[in-house]
Design a protein around this ligand. Sequence first.
Ligand code: HEM
Length: 538
Amino acid sequence: MSKTFKEAEVATHKSADSLWIIVDGGVYDVTKFADEHPGGKKILQRVGGKDASTPFWKYHNASILKKYQPKLQIGWIEGKAPAAPAPKAEVKKAAPKTVAATTSSQPKEALETFGDLIPYGDPNWYQGYVSPYYNETHAALRQEVREWMEEKVEPYLSEWEKAKFVPTEIYKEMGTRGYLPGLLGVGFPESLTPYTVKSVDPKQWDLFHEFVVTDEISRSGSGGFVWNVIGGFGIGLPPVVKFGKKELVERIVPGIIQGDKRICLAITEPDAGSDVANLTCVAKKSECGKFYIVNGEKKWITNGIWADYFTVAVRTGGPGMNGVSVLLIERGPGVTTREMDCQGVHGSGTTYITFEDVKVPVENLIGKENAGFKVIMTNFNHERIGIIIQCTRFARVCYEEAMKYAHKRKTFGKPLIEHPVIRLKLAHMARQIEATHAWLENILYQCSAMGEHEAMLRLGGAIAGLKAQATTTFEFCAREAVQIFGGIGYTKGGQGSKVERLYRDVRGYAIPGGSEEIMLDLSIRQGLRVHQVLGMKL
Ligand code: HEM
């Protein structure tokens, strides 16, 4: 794309049979594209031969330019081509440290600023504020994931959401770029994959790196995309890694974390959701004692439709929580999956599963027989933290998109941002996002400092409360952003596409993983229990 043109030359291409326009110094030949332009042919012809940057940005997002650049751009106006990017600084490979050690010895200096610097549009450590939680490796990872998302994912999201699909190469890349192995809440499992993350030494990997990956992929503003790539993985695999037998882990985990195979978590049933202790999918030992025979149904199972493996809660004993076990079921005879049609999170493959006389080797038991409840409960903290990270970023995306649009769109003779009622909406969004984010960082820090068992007991209540805080914040921000966008936020595709999509995704976050009502109640019940042990005086 090194060809350059003078403005006078572009000006001669203003007819239907040779139509060029300039956007941000780039020269685009839209002669053939004009007929298929969703905004119409005439509107392009009116700016033929001219600099159309202002009207272009009025009607489109950056991802449109990125997507069409390879097809339509023919060069640059003289002197306007962007300078080649400066070579990137090498990431410092510091000696391995725990988060606690890293933070206590960290110089109290802000990291370089990153992103669009819209106030509250990114977490404050992106915007020149000091934070005890992050160092250069987190910053390098943030840049690495964002570049990948902007190039490979963002321009195609509306298409994928419509088709309820994400190309399998993207999941594969999540494996080869080392993001999948880093998202298990167990550090970086180097022994199970040859792939590592380019910008972070595996020995330095901590929960805040995990946070950065999930946060940056959630900038997609698509629950369907995020759940497609990590929805089943992030909740289905950790129980296998933590409680599975060595032989099973070595046999199946490498294929999954390298992005070749898929796994999902199947707990919810048509008649048992947050009420896990009541599940009825049954697993009976065969007479030879070598197998469990599984019969039952599972519903709303993310990624189930493509899954090779199912981490399944089954009843092996009597009623209640002490009769529940967890089995790793492999796709095969007796396993049937059907995709469900839901309000949002399109592309995440929400599935109805039936197990009919499925033979499962006893070696596939995860944890101990009838002690599956512990496996499920241990998993909940990690699952809920994933949901909290995603919702907090989704709320931020709603805010960021609304703030940008409020500067473009004029009503009653002035930009929306100059109307106090719009600033009030943005302020209420920002204060909730920042509060949620700060609580989340604090909880992650506590998780890093405690062992998993202690974290499960002591933080379960707070994490439940934070999940409700994150989903209500997300719901509020999605609502307010759609109001600011007006009709454009009610329309699929185009500038309001992220907020329109997120508005439909809200319930997909507020209900599963523990509904808001159950989370709020649990936060108080569990908090009282823990503080009784700590010596609470009432
Ligand atoms: C490189 C040149 C351009 C490309 C690739 C392009 C592409 C698109 C696409 C894909 C859409 C569908 C909506 C979306 O997904 O955002 C759209 C809509 C639209 N475009 Fe363009 N466009 C270009 C230039 C322009 C220019 C220069 C103008 C105005 C002078 C314009 C005005 C519009 C309008 C009014 C809409 C409809 C917006 C709506 O539905 O609210 N486009 N364009």
